[in-house]
Design a protein around this ligand. Structure first.
Ligand code: NAP
Length: 341
């Protein structure tokens, strides 16, 4: 096995997009139980921008390489006992990461994190599946346990996680409301069968009280603060508020996350309704088999065209800083994929 020299993107300190630099590194031989992967594509999510600016509870140290999801091809591996039949050099794989590291040309990952791509699924498309769609599955299945006909409010339904939840919700036969505001959001939501609420001009609590007087079975929230109580109040008896971020106040997200998590726990002291928090990087670690089965199922759905990540731009890895800056200025809105230069 050879040593590999490669480039990766590093946030050398917390700050604006300019802190992202390309650095050279060497990838040592893989430790036992690990696989070296040449990364062909890495998804960019809002969480990466939060982490880079120092606003993300799960990334409190620099330097680090952003990125929670990749697709690539196996270079080599050091696996104890019998390797799974699919594992060989050149096989294409995807993974969600438990720790950010995805903006890179090469990566070493534990075998359990890798899922082989269905034949013919483009790595670029595959790299946009893991984080958003695993989060959506965690919301719908793990925490809310929704069934056909149930009604849900999806906050940020035009975003990466929101559209993933909308697409999976439609496949499940859910009745869905969604909040968004950007121009064109009404059409985006309508494509997924989601009723649109413009959060800048409408109060979602008032809208839901009027249209769903019996309450909704679930609310998926990524804003936090006042939204948590408002979401809780529109739940039907037995309903659940699932929080998947606390991103309503940029610059204060670490504190808002800690306070928000406490608030969810307090809500659970009251009977009748539930509150839960979805944190996919933690859930992956504690339920490895479920993670692998879920990602395999999602990649298969993507291959069959039943879910379609909405990739708005594909850029070379070396342009990661420009991509972050463009997303922050809202010159690009939506999912971006970084590909090997
Ligand atoms: N729990 C997990 O494991 C996990 C996994 C992935 C992501 N996340 C988190 O989930 C959040 C969303 O990520 P993403 O990648 O989907 O982000 P994104 O693509 O940037 O989407 C954000 C969405 O939020 C909407 N929005 C903004 N302000 C809002 C408000 N006040 N009320 C309702 N909607 C609002 C935006 O709508 P307009 O643009 O139309 O205004 C957009 O639809 C982030 O905080 C991210 O860190 C958590």
């Amino acid at each position: 096995m050879r040593e590999i020299t490669y480039r990766k993107i590093v946030a050398e300190r917390f700050g604006g997009a300019e802190v992202l630099r390309t650095v050279r590194a060497t990838l040592p031989q893989p430790p036992r139980g690990h696989v070296r992967v040449r990364v062909l594509a890495a998804g960019v999510g809002f969480t990466d921008l939060m982490a880079r600016s120092g606003d993300y509870l799960l990334q409190r140290r620099t330097p680090f390489t952003p990125g929670y999801e990749i697709a690539g091809e196996v270079v080599d591996f050091a696996v104890d006992g019998e390797a799974p039949s699919w594992l060989e050099a050149g096989v294409r794989v995807a993974a969600a990461l438990t720790k950010m590291a995805g903006y890179t040309e090469y990566i070493t990952l534990p075998l359990w994190q890798l899922v082989p791509l269905p034949d013919g699924l483009e790595p670029r498309l595959a790299s946009a599946v893991p984080l958003d769609y695993l989060t959506a599955l965690s919301l719908i299945d793990t925490h809310a346990r929704l069934k056909a006909g149930d009604t849900v409010l999806i906050q940020g339904a035009s975003g990466g996680v929101g559209q993933a939840a909308s697409q999976l919700g439609r496949l499940r036969g859910l009745r869905m409301y969604g909040t968004a505001s950007a121009p064109g959001s009404r059409d985006v939501l309508a494509r997924h069968g989601v009723r649109y609420i413009d959060y800048r001009h409408e109060d979602f609590e008032a809208v839901l009280r009027e249209r769903e007087p019996g309450g909704v079975q679930a609310v998926f929230d990524h804003i936090g603060r006042a939204n948590l109580s408002k979401g809780y109040r529109i739940l039907a008896p037995g309903g659940v508020l699932v929080s998947f971020a606390f991103s309503g106040r940029p610059g204060h997200m670490v504190g808002d996350t800690l306070r928000g998590a406490t608030r969810l726990r307090l809500m659970n002291l009251r009977p009748g309704r539930r509150a839960a928090q979805s944190v996919v990087p933690w859930e992956m670690k504690s339920r490895r088999d479920s993670y692998r089965a879920a990602l395999a199922r999602l990649l298969d759905l993507a291959h069959r065209g039943e879910i379609t990540p909405q990739i708005v731009a594909t850029r070379p890895l070396s342009q990661a800083a420009d991509v972050h800056a463009a997303l922050e200025r809202r010159e690009i809105t939506g999912k971006v994929v970084l590909t090997a230069d």
